[in-house]
Design a protein around this ligand. Structure first.
Ligand code: NAP
Length: 284
């Protein structure tokens, strides 16, 4: 019997997860299809019930369902509680287990680029859903300090409890002209960009929260945005001599972790990356 994996979101047509997950399934000869299930918020409870059926192995969950789905599963794990959202559901005999693999995605992308966050001074741009996973990843890695720069100050402060008592957390306005921001960025060893700036068709497609002159060699710039792969933030960082890490590797590694949990097999990362890049290129 061909089994099913799916992505729940609204909309989902733009997502490249079906392409790279299917490529990994095919490469390993697993008889399963990965489908995009466009699910309006009012249909979420019924759709999640459908995942309990025997042929569905599990699913990825994306915007806008990552928080709402938490109360519809049976066994959300500690990572769901810590991040405050889920992105993966695993059907174990009709019982729905859930986790959040975004932290594994962040850790995997940094590891693959040979970057160690332990003991480092980090600046995090943005304080939305993805930023929460960054704070958990930095706390787990043992980062020394994290300065959160966000347009809306209250959202940055709300992340304090995610960091816990051992992580030195500070705030700076998200403003390239502000002295606190400029000092925090230029002194940081790792700068992580988690706002929607620079995202194709996003609120500020051509914008970068950090100009080139604040970067220097020896710094790492990691952008969670992956469309386009080379974002304005990463271009500014590279021009300033920083090492750059793109968001596509985070997307692949969060998907790879979900794949391991669903199937108990190691997915071929290179196959996933190739399929993801091809899907992005076809989208133009
Ligand atoms: P979100 O919860 O909506 O948060 C958006 C963040 O961007 C907030 O901090 C918001 O600031 C800020 N922002 C939006 N427009 C802005 C602008 N014009 N100027 C300055 N700040 C602005 O979104 P999210 O889920 O955290 O996702 C953020 C980005 O990360 C998206 O581009 C998403 O594609 C990417 N992402 C990538 C991965 C991956 O696997 N690579 C995973 C998750 C997310 P305010 O708080 O002031 O509104």
């Amino acid at each position: 019997m061909t089994r099913t994996l799916c992505l729940l979101g609204h909309p989902v047509a733009h997502s490249i997860s079906p392409r790279f997950q299917q490529a990994a399934l095919d490469a390993l000869g697993i008889d399963a299809k990965y489908e995009a299930w466009d699910t309006a918020p009012e249909d979420l409870p019924a759709t999640i019930e459908r995942i309990r059926s025997g042929d569905v192995i599990g699913c990825n969950v994306t915007v806008p369902h990552k928080v709402a789905a938490m109360r519809l599963v049976d066994r959300p794990d500690a990572m769901v509680e810590r991040v405050g959202a889920l992105n993966t559901i695993i059907n174990r005999g009709g019982l729905l287990h859930a986790t959040n693999t975004d932290v594994a995605g962040i850790t995997g992308a940094l590891r693959e680029a040979g970057i160690e966050a332990g003991g480092k001074d980090v600046v995090l741009l943005g304080a939305g859903g993805a930023a929460r996973a960054v704070v958990v990843a930095m706390r787990t890695a043992g980062a020394k300090r994290i300065t959160i720069a966000n347009r809306t100050e209250a959202k940055a402060h709300a992340l304090a409890e995610v960091g816990g008592p051992d992580l030195d957390m500070r705030y700076a306005p998200l403003d390239a002209a502000d002295p606190t921001f400029r000092r925090a960025v230029s002194e940081a060893q790792i700068v992580i960009q988690s706002t929607s700036m620079g995202m194709l068709h996003g609120p500020d497609e051509t914008g970068t929260p950090v100009p080139t002159e604040l970067f220097s060699p020896g710094q790492v710039a990691f952008d969670l945005v992956y469309v386009p792969e080379e974002t304005p933030f990463l271009r500014a960082a590279a021009a300033g001599g920083a090492t750059t890490v793109g968001g596509l590797m985070m997307l692949i590694h969060q998907g790879a972790e979900a794949f391991r949990l669903w199937l108990g097999q190691e997915p071929p990362i290179d196959v996933m990356v190739k399929a993801a890049r091809q899907a992005l290129a076809e989208r133009g």
